[in-house]
Design a protein around this ligand. Structure first.
Ligand SMILES: [Zn+2]
Length: 368
């Protein structure tokens, strides 16, 4: 649904006299609408009877710049009660403290399938209400210091997202964005940063819609879809897998170049992830490690910045994806004039600076 469609839907709702919780309604100036974005009802850690943290929670004197959406990878419960939601929070906290050895719940906030919003890590709600501080969580590796983490109850690899959960997620994200002045485009999925399936294909594919609804609720202009790295899943096929295989070889990995994310390639990808520790963090709520995926910012370690006169398998990787995107560059031995030309033409088509250098934004679009 486009922003315009949402505006029309909202106008219809208003005309019919139904309550509209999200602000940003037609006719309200943007600045007034942003100030007016209502705080949703969020239960505190004492409401759900959290344990005390095992050591002091870090409260940073800086604002977060993005929101990262997760799913808990727990069962898709039909129990929409608040007591069930509170029990979920206690269960996650126990798991994070006792199994992971963390000082408290990893994520900043939790959202249940019944749409009950709850504080996750202690002090997160206070920080959000103040709008100038951020509680350091444990949910997305290197992003923790700048990213708010929301765990959404359930597993959304195939199941659809309950409307109560969705509406609460829109409300919470809208409030976060208006409190901290974050751009609605800066709502991401966990997989955009780490090698994880989180928040599941179904919820992940709804992130553009989430950005649009939040932009509407906070009177922002239509958000853009951010450039992100692809996630390779078992038996995935195609040029991006061929590129990954050549890149793994350039790092010494012993893998075939057959364009299939097969068992040998997955093993080599895990060796690479294990050697690059910041990328090797499990989803904060997932019970079982996901050791057969490759994605997120691990690509930034795998794919080097390439320019003219570079040689080797990394150059072959870039040439393979360029060729697959219709900019023929294969067959040239090393990064020569033909490859520079292909990179420039690709960059021009993508609206990128035409440097002829395969930098990370160029890699993202080549692999996307
Ligand atoms: Zn996650």
């Amino acid at each position: 649904m486009s922003l315009h469609d949402l505006h029309m839907a909202r106008r219809t709702l208003l005309a019919s006299g139904l309550a509209v919780t999200a602000v940003g309604a037609v006719g309200i100036p943007a600045s007034a609408a942003q100030r007016a974005t209502a705080a949703p009802s969020i239960s505190t850690t004492s409401d759900w009877e959290a344990r005390d943290p095992s050591s002091s929670v870090d409260v940073l004197d800086s604002k977060p710049n993005k929101i990262i959406v997760h799913h808990t990878a727990t069962p898709n419960s039909d129990d929409t009660s608040q007591s069930h939601a509170f029990a979920l929070c206690r269960s996650i906290q126990n798991y994070h403290m006792d199994s992971n050895g963390w000082l408290d719940t990893g994520q900043n906030f939790t959202n249940s399938r019944g749409g009950h919003l709850m504080e996750g890590r202690h002090k997160s709600l206070n920080a959000l209400e103040g709008g100038s501080q951020h509680v350091l969580g444990a949910h997305a590796g290197e992003q923790n210091s700048v990213a708010l983490g929301i765990e959404n109850e359930g597993t959304y690899t195939e199941a659809s997202v309950p409307s109560a959960l969705w509406n609460a997620l829109v409300e919470l994200c809208s409030y976060m964005i208006s409190q901290y002045g974050i751009d609605a485009s800066a709502i991401y999925g966990h997989r955009d940063y780490m090698s994880t399936a989180c928040p599941g294909d179904v919820l992940y594919q709804r992130l553009p819609e989430l950005r649009t609804e939040v932009a509407l609720a906070t009177a922002q202009s239509e958000p853009v879809t951010p450039a992100v790295w692809p996630l390779l899943t078992p038996e995935a096929r195609g040029p991006r897998v061929t590129a990954a295989q050549l890149l793994l070889r350039s790092h010494g990995g012993r893998v075939p170049v057959n364009g299939v994310f097969d068992v040998d390639t997955r093993r080599a990808a895990q060796v690479f992830l294990d050697a690059h520790r910041p990328h090797r963090v499990e989803c904060s709520a997932t019970r079982t490690p996901e050791r057969d995926l490759f994605g997120g910012t691990a690509w930034t370690s795998l794919a080097p910045v390439l320019s003219e006169r570079a040689t080797g398998d990394a150059v072959r990787a870039a040439q393979a994806v360029l060729t697959s995107r219709g900019h023929h560059a294969s067959g040239e031995d090393g990064f020569g004039a033909r490859t520079v030309d292909a990179v420039r033409r690709f960059q021009a088509r993508q609206g990128l600076p035409t440097t002829g250098v395969v930098d990370h934004p160029t890699w993202q679009r080549l692999l996307g």
